[in-house]
Design a protein around this ligand. Structure first.
Ligand SMILES: [Zn+2]
Ligand SMILES: [Zn+2]
Length: 264
């Protein structure tokens, strides 16, 4: 059994909570420590319930609350090698040095009854990753912040019971928006983010491979809307002859949300 709470998810801040039969973990800590506590309270949890924090990469929308979380608690923090070194050196928190675990791509690790395997994503960070998470006989795949879906990422998303995938921006909104040209290029590039079109193409492929349950996450507050995510997806699914009614596709909220997804 896996129970997922996408507490916060956008380019402004990311915090996901995962509960299994025996454990509680967070993926990322990208909102203030106060907001982390508010998020956990909204689902009747406390920071002391958390057995581990898994970090995807060192961008501020994924680690904003980490220094204070580490100063005030004794919770193991897991991040891929270079990301872990960065956190140790830059955050300057004694508790990070004591509590950090360095991960390698493709290796499986375990906290309580939750097994997790980081996989490489393509993003302009030191050692960015997604996670494939398993508890009991259920698997959840998690990938936000990636410029494109590589074969490796796709293999990690495939055959999961639930997929969390970013749908970051609408191409037209980004093109005509107020971001400076280099920032637009960064977002669109192979080390940036997935557009609604990219994500819709991947969902179509996964749906053809038999996958049905998706949560779209990490929407840009400036270059995307929920309606645009859904309309792009509908167009692409229709074009690929996929029956939308057989799929469960939800959007993670940019604001604090106590929505809950049971994977059982
Ligand atoms: Zn991000
Ligand atoms: Zn990022």
């Amino acid at each position: 059994m896996i129970n997922l709470h996408p507490l916060y998810s956008s380019s402004s801040g990311n915090l996901f909570h995962i509960q299994s039969q025996k454990g509680n973990i967070l993926i990322d800590a990208g909102v203030s420590y106060k907001a982390i506590n508010e998020g956990l309270k909204s689902i009747d949890k406390d920071i002391t319930d958390i057995n581990a924090v898994l970090i995807t990469h060192e961008h501020i929308d994924h680690i904003r609350g980490l220094p204070l979380l580490c100063r005030k608690n004794d919770i193991p923090i897991y991040a891929c090698g270079k990301t872990a070194e960065y956190l140790e050196n830059e955050l300057n928190e004694r508790n990070i040095k004591n509590n950090i675990f360095k991960l390698e791509y493709g290796q499986a690790y375990k906290v309580k009854d939750i097994e997790f395997t980081p996989f490489q994503t393509s993003h302009d960070a030191l050692m960015p990753c997604g996670y494939r998470i398993k508890s009991g006989d259920k698997t959840l795949s998690f990938a936000t912040d990636l410029g494109y879906v590589s074969d490796e990422v796709y293999e990690n998303l495939k055959y999961s019971d639930f997929v969390v995938l970013e749908s970051n921006y609408d191409r037209t909104m980004l093109d005509f928006g107020r971001y400076p040209y280099p920032v637009k290029m960064r977002i669109k590039g192979n080390l940036g983010h997935l557009s609604n079109d990219d994500t819709s193409d991947t969902i179509s492929k996964l749906a053809k491979d038999g996958q049905t349950d998706f949560l779209l996450a990490h929407l840009s507050p400036n270059n995307n809307t929920n309606d645009l995510v859904y309309s792009t997806l509908e167009d692409v699914l229709l074009k690929n002859d996929i029956d939308n009614s057989k799929l469960n596709i939800n959007l993670a909220s940019k604001e604090l949300s106590n929505e809950e997804y049971f994977i059982c």
